[in-house]
Design a protein around this ligand. Structure first.
Ligand code: ADP
Ligand code: MG
Length: 267
């Protein structure tokens, strides 16, 4: 369904993503993980055509998105980081605007359905700026879903939500996953086994792990936070920390070889 091949994106001299490749199909929910600045948002912006990569390609159903930019946009729904919404619009007007920009047919019916599906009907006429974070996020999801895209790209969809709101968003993602290919970037590792069947970790713009959440956890048999931290630290090639941390990391890590440089305080 979605195939990303060797995409590289630089900002000036700085390489934000380096030869990133992966593939997902309908039914997949891929957890896209990495520390802040790893390149998750940049990758998503390349896939959704907000940024042009320096090299590499993105194919949807075997068609290069450059050969059919409008067609491929109609197959993707995107919830950007932080969800920039038109705050003085109501949810209804905002969705109407999005539907018109997307040139959809049966706009009223589509808006009504999405408002009901996302339980936004009660608040559809109040200005977005007066809504809670959870509702705002759902309005963001509604604009990503209104054209019933086959691919859904969600940049930190649960970030900043309270536990109940997180639960609702996760449940929605699970429901949607049967008919879509979904990428969800997250910092919350607990979300990965809960909603994802695939997991891709990047660090410094490069892939450092690809597999199932179970495979990720099996690596060291610890909790996901520890496995994630260890992967990120050991693959950085530079270890920064105290001598005690170095010792601890070496005694735990199987991939000692990738810790090439140690920068720490002298004894
Ligand atoms: P993540 O979403 O994983 O936190 P980003 O993709 O936002 O990471 O950023 C990856 C790196 O690229 C960061 O170092 C960030 O500062 C840099 N970056 C992102 N967008 C730009 C830009 N428009 N101009 C310059 N640097 C950028
Ligand atoms: Mg980001």
């Amino acid at each position: 369904m979605l195939k990303v091949t060797n995409i590289t994106k630089s900002f000036g001299e700085f390489k934000a993503i380096n030869k990133l490749s992966f593939e997902i199909k309908i039914g997949d929910v891929m957890g896209f993980l990495g520390p802040n600045g790893a390149g998750k948002t940049t990758s998503m912006r390349v896939i959704t055509q907000f940024l042009k990569p320096d090299s590499g390609s993105v194919h949807i159903n075997k068609i290069n998105i450059n050969d059919d930019p409008i067609g491929s946009k109609s197959l993707i729904g995107y919830l950007p980081e932080g969800v920039p919404l038109y705050q003085d619009f109501s949810a209804y007007l905002y969705l109407k605007y999005v539907a018109e920009v997307r040139n959809l047919e049966n706009v009223e019916e589509k808006i009504q359905n999405i408002l009901l599906d996302l339980q936004l009907d009660d608040i559809k006429d109040v200005p977005i700026e007066t809504l809670s974070k959870g509702y705002k996020r759902r309005v963001g999801l509604a604009q990503a879903l209104i054209h019933d895209p086959k691919i859904l790209i969600l940049d930190e969809p649960t970030d900043g939500l309270d536990p109940l709101q997180k639960f609702e968003v996760r449940r929605l993602i699970k429901d949607l996953s049967k008919k879509k290919a979904i990428i969800i970037s997250t910092h919350i590792l607990d979300e990965v086994p809960e909603v994802c069947n695939k997991c891709l970790i990047i660090n410094n713009g490069e892939k450092i792990f690809e597999g199932t959440p179970a495979q990720l956890k099996k690596r060291k048999g610890k909790n996901l936070d520890e496995v994630f931290r260890e992967l990120v630290v050991t693959n950085e090639k530079i270890f920064e920390g105290t001598p005690a941390q170095l010792k601890k990391s070496k005694s735990k890590s199987k991939s000692k070889k990738s810790v090439k440089v140690f920068r720490g305080s002298p004894q």
